[in-house]
Design a protein around this ligand. Structure first.
Ligand SMILES: C[S@@+](CC[C@H](N)C(=O)[O-])C[C@H]1O[C@@H](n2cnc3c(N)ncnc32)[C@H](O)[C@@H]1O
Length: 294
């Protein structure tokens, strides 16, 4: 799903403001400090497109004035600023090989080693609008007959509040379900018309049994993580591709600290862990890693 951005619509009609080198660099620094995202010099036009309508809306005459505004009002403007710069592209069963791995190897392994009632925890880190988390929930329900007795839960986090609102609602336009089998659609989603009048859209909405497995929470991966427990599986896919090497390593160290030997980590198709052994991981399949026994 590509999130409709209020400003990208406006950007077509609003003239873009000039962006000096100094202001662009200040914005890049603020983006990096607050999201971990390393904007390359090629993203200059993107910054102009995404923020020019915002400057107009705030009645600010220049990017320099916006940088000053951000520095003194980050508590109010920070959310908008971070949300506007993230890329939220996602879809159902994106990189399906990870869901196959879950079904064929990960879940059978966990069911064998976990005692009845012992927690099974999965984290979708950078879940965007939630499709990844719903696919995880479907895979769990299809493969674990007694999810409640087994205490199985998915935590899905993102820094973008707009994405999380969509994820919590769990209603997606019909056209997004091309990669979803009719069987899954019928069992786990219900048709619904969302909106009224000209804005009415035919959607499918995730069922209660999916929603009750997932908790969607706001979490900026660059800030301290409140979770104390361990995760048997972490999906962090197509998130840290946007970070620089040092930030990627810091993030991966954080994941490693939350995983016991035998746990799994799945990353996106363009992401790599240069030295997995150093973090205690071993490559076990396409962009899938397992924490090694000590
Ligand atoms: C391209 S989407 C990936 C969605 C999904 N994991 C997938 O592979 O389809 C990247 C997501 O990472 C989130 N993100 C980027 N930087 C983040 C940060 N510092 N903390 C938390 N989420 C972040 C963005 O908001 C965006 O929703």
């Amino acid at each position: 799903m590509v999130l409709d951005r209020e400003d990208s619509m406006n950007a077509k009609t609003i003239a873009l403001l000039e962006l000096s080198n100094a202001d662009f660099n200040n914005i890049r620094t603020l983006v990096h400090e607050n999201t971990g995202i390393a904007l390359s010099p090629a993203k200059r036009e993107l910054v102009k497109r995404r923020f020019s309508p915002r400057l107009r809306a705030l009645d600010l005459p220049s990017f320099g004035a916006y940088v000053d505004y951000l520095r003194s009002n980050f508590a109010q403007e920070g959310n908008y600023f971070c949300n506007a710069i993230t890329t939220n592209l996602t879809s159902f069963y994106r990189e399906n090989h990870h869901f196959e791995l879950l079904q064929k190897q990960v879940l059978p392994q966990l069911l064998k080693t976990k005692r009845q009632g012992e927690r099974i925890r999965i984290w979708s880190a950078g879940c965007a609008t939630g499709q990844e988390a719903y696919c995880l929930a479907i895979t769990l329900l299809k493969n674990i007959s007694d999810t409640q007795r087994r205490d199985v839960k998915i935590l899905a986090t993102d820094l973008d509040e707009n994405c999380l609102a969509i994820a919590r609602k769990g209603a997606y336009p019909n056209k997004e379900f091309g990669t979803v089998s009719p069987d899954i659609l019928n069992n786990y989603f219900a048709p619904e018309i969302v909106g009224t009048g000209q804005k009415a859209k035919s959607c499918y909405t995730a069922s209660h049994k999916l929603k009750e497995l997932i908790t969607f929470n706001k979490l900026n991966l660059m800030e301290p993580w409140p979770m104390k427990g361990q995760f048997d599986v972490i999906f962090c896919r197509n998130v840290f591709i946007y970070f620089d090497k040092e930030t990627q390593l810091q993030l991966l160290r954080g994941f490693a600290a939350l995983q016991q030997p035998g746990s799994y980590l799945c990353i996106g198709h363009s992401e790599i862990i240069p030295n997995p052994a150093q973090l205690g991981y071993q490559l076990i399949g396409k962009t899938a890693y397992r924490k090694k026994q000590a």
